[in-house]
Design a protein around this ligand. Structure first.
Ligand code: ADP
Length: 503
């Protein structure tokens, strides 16, 4: 259409050229992004064709003289209305198309959100199921393990023949490894399920380090190794705010590894403020052990990795574990806003440094009663009621209490406990949690509410439910303390000391 109008209106010198450019601008402005380049190309090609035709056949061009002004105006109006119509129509088309796209995107987003929500719910459910499964497996394994470890602990009181001693040692070490494994797996699942809460309390550094030193020296003796152990405490406030339980776990892992991977030489623990950052303190465990090959240093920084996975030599030397220790250590440090730095010279030794934020604490440390559990303490004149539904665990607990000099009776469940207690008061009640009928928590609440006798006995939870929230539930119900299974004579006597000292 532009062809005749172009030539009727004076060609390139006439008014058509600006009209066409105006039209091009309007159409390309309103067209969708994809069509814009096509429109520009079509227009440019048309212009080139028109100008070339004009150059080749100048006679085709009619000069707009006199009355042709009308033609110019008409053409102007014509193109302006076409332009306006194109503008409005393409606006509308674009608007409808964009709206459709938006609606589709909205519905896609909604369905993706629904899918995500569903997937999140499913994964939460799976994670809860996994945690519940691990907690229940841990509970189920802990119950028989309690009998095994308890029986082994009681055997220590007997004089054994040399060959029996060897078998006893084997049982003792295997049960300890099994318990450590169980605790590590449960810890890892708690970390994954975000169930570990860091509870910062006042901690006396030198007491803590001395405890760690006692632990390390005892371990060196147990492992019968020729290792010299040294420790030093740098310039630090005497008390800091930290989670002592988790810190103990971290250092126990690092110190046990240092002893495990060192045959002879030295293991050292240094605690000091970080010179480069006075808001940080570090616990550095160094050893003169086998060290780690440079290519394996990166490898063990990843979860669950053991060098023995790669080099069989260590396994041959009997130095292998399960690869959970460093994973748990690193996760705990992360939760405590700290970090672990590892350096090592292969064949010379290793250095594991745990950095933590340093928060000095003003408050005076309340020193817990120091338990001198050298030998077996005697609690003459103390009476206890064992509330436990598992026959094996009843026997173990009864034997343990008897060897501590405690006079004890047994109730098979919560209801039996209540009726026995109506008849006779006790200094202590050792309460299992999971029992048929009335559980440990409910039984405790009834004892404390009914208060049939004075003084009300101190109730100690003895349970295979070892999660933090289980402990909290027991304390909330009014129990005095919490003794996780499997129990040892030393732990049992420490709870009895604390309960009887409080009365
Ligand atoms: P585990 O000791 O149970 O195998 P860890 O997670 O504690 O698992 O350690 C992972 C690996 O790191 C170990 O298998 C060992 O190869 C290496 N490692 C840890 N501590 C030391 C150390 N003090 N000296 C040499 N190697 C070590």
């Amino acid at each position: 259409m532009s062809f005749p109008l172009w030539f009727l209106n004076g060609g390139a010198n006439g008014p058509m050229a600006p009209y066409l450019i105006l039209l091009l601008l309007m159409v390309s402005f309103t067209a969708g992004r994809k069509q814009q380049s096509t429109i520009v190309i079509v227009y440019l090609v048309s212009l080139i064709v028109l100008i070339s035709a004009e150059l080749m056949y100048p006679s085709l061009v009619w000069e707009p003289i006199g009355g042709t002004k009308k033609v110019v105006i008409m053409a102007g109006l014509f193109f302006a209305s076409i332009g306006a119509a194109v503008l409005v129509t393409s606006f509308r088309i674009n608007f409808l198309r964009d709206r459709k796209k938006l609606l589709r995107a909205q519905s896609d987003l909604m369905s993706t959100n629904l899918q995500l929500e569903y997937a999140k719910k499913e994964s939460d459910k799976a994670s809860k199921a996994k945690s519940a499964f691990l907690a229940s497996v841990s509970h189920e394994i802990r119950t028989p393990l309690n009998s095994i470890i308890g029986a082994i602990d009681l055997l220590k009181l007997h004089d054994l023949k040399p060959d029996q001693k060897m078998l006893f040692q084997l049982m003792n070490e295997s049960s300890e490894t099994l318990l450590q494994l169980l605790t590590d797996v449960l810890d890892l699942s708690k970390i994954e399920a975000d169930k570990i809460k860091i509870r910062a309390k006042h901690m006396h550094i030198s007491d803590f380090v001395k405890n760690m030193a006692n632990f390390t020296e005892a371990l060196i003796i147990k492992e019968k190794k020729e290792i010299e152990f040294k420790y030093s405490i740098g310039d630090l406030p005497s008390s800091i705010l930290t989670d002592e339980v988790r810190l103990t776990q971290i250092l126990t892992n690092l110190l046990s590894n240092a002893i495990k991977y060192t045959q002879e030489g030295k293991v050292e623990l240094v605690v000091a403020t970080n010179k480069d950052n006075p808001d940080e303190l570090f616990f550095c465990v160094s050893d003169t052990g086998m060290g780690i090959e440079p290519e394996n240093l990166e490898f063990i920084k990843r979860p669950f990795n053991q060098v023995s996975d790669q080099s069989k030599e260590r396994e041959n030397e009997g130095e292998s574990g399960v690869g959970l220790g460093l994973t748990i250590t690193r996760s705990l440090l992360r939760l405590m806003k700290g970090r672990l730095i590892i350096s090592s010279d292969f064949g010379v030794g290793s250095r594991f440094t745990a950095y933590l934020p340093l928060t000095p604490s003003e408050e005076k440390q309340v020193t817990p009663p120091i338990l001198n559990v050298t030998g077996i303490p005697k609690f003459e004149g103390i009476s206890a009621l064992i509330v436990e539904d598992n026959k094996f665990n009843q026997i173990i607990l009864q034997r343990m209490l008897e060897s501590l000099g405690v006079d004890c009776d047994i109730a098979n469940n919560g209801l039996e406990c209540l009726s026995i207690w109506q008849e006779r008061n006790y200094d202590l009640i050792l309460m299992d949690l999971n029992m048929p009928g009335l559980d440990g928590i409910e039984t405790t609440k009834r004892i404390l509410k009914d208060a049939v006798h004075e003084p009300i006995p101190k109730i100690i939870a003895v349970t295979a439910n070892v999660l933090d929230q289980d402990e909290q539930r027991c304390l909330d119900a009014g129990m005095h303390s919490f003794l996780p299974k499997p129990i040892t004579m030393a732990e049992l006597s420490s709870r009895i000391v604390a309960a009887t000292a409080d009365s």
